[in-house]
Design a protein around this ligand. Sequence first.
Ligand code: MRU
Length: 346
Amino acid sequence: MNIRSLKFDGKALHIVDQRCLPFDVIDVICSNEQEVWEAIKLMKIRGAPAIGVAAAYGMNLGVKDFSGNKEEFFKKLKEVKDYLNSARPTAVNLKWATQRIFSYARKHAEQSLDEIKQEILVEAQRIEEEDIDTNFRIGEFGSALFKENDTIMTICNSGALATAGYGTAFGVIRRSFEKYTGIKAIALETRPYLQGARLTAFELKELGIPFHLITDNMAGFIVSKGLVNGIVVGADRIATNGDTANKVGTYTLAVLANYHKIPFYVAAPISTIDPHIESGNDIPIEERDPEEVTHCGGKRIAPEGIKVYNPSFDLTPNVLINAIITEKGILRQPFKESIKEILKNN
Ligand code: MRU
């Protein structure tokens, strides 16, 4: 499958507008940090690793035409960082990527302004390339947890569109399909934004992976019938105790998996672990526009003047997670220890 969430052409960032998929492939061109911010905010690009990579290029776009002294340059770079970070609050990959660019630029502060700008671009490209490699590794490690004829359930979209390529949780399904015969997937539609119906179904179909699409409220029945061997999901932020924020609906699946004694796995790069957050309670959860709930496909489906909750993510306590699949290997309970160890060696 050739679709890529983003591509940098040396001057501008090209993003496939994910709001228009699966029907139209529309290229959005971001030439400055405001356009990158808007693309992230409006979810033209979404998925934790993908918004991290986009923001890394946003850092480049925010300072590439800057002229002034070095002190002013770093002040501007910090402003661009804080501005991009404000686009969405939950996925830590956004802050991780902008901070990585900022620290890298600081490390090269002795060089000329043009050289620092060049270093920023190179580091953004490195973040993009590393993400693809990371996802292959996650896919490889994760596929070892599955076997021939397994059916794997997932929520939201954690595929090529949510990353720089291949995908995290989706990558585990993809690699399992490449390795074993009889692999099937079950994709939850993922109301209200429908990342599952619009994006995961699109990617699974393109790759020829056999799957069924279900609405979110069907998951319980399907699992209770013994039709699912394991559930694998992505993550937007993981606390150091393993508590995980991911697309709303993930927690429900974790409870379900636990009740029915099937494994529940989180697949994410180490950059999704926030070393400053000790438990899920400290992870900020984004609340989005109530219209995402009251409307579907641009059409109102609920009465006017009602109250709506629209948290975009939920929190899965670490006790419900059997393993966290990273690019450095599979983390097991107690996550406090295994996460500490992996962060130490990273
Ligand atoms: O609101 P979104 O579409 O950005 O949410 C995406 C998710 O929740 C994904 O599961 C998560 O970012 C992991 S993607 C590799």
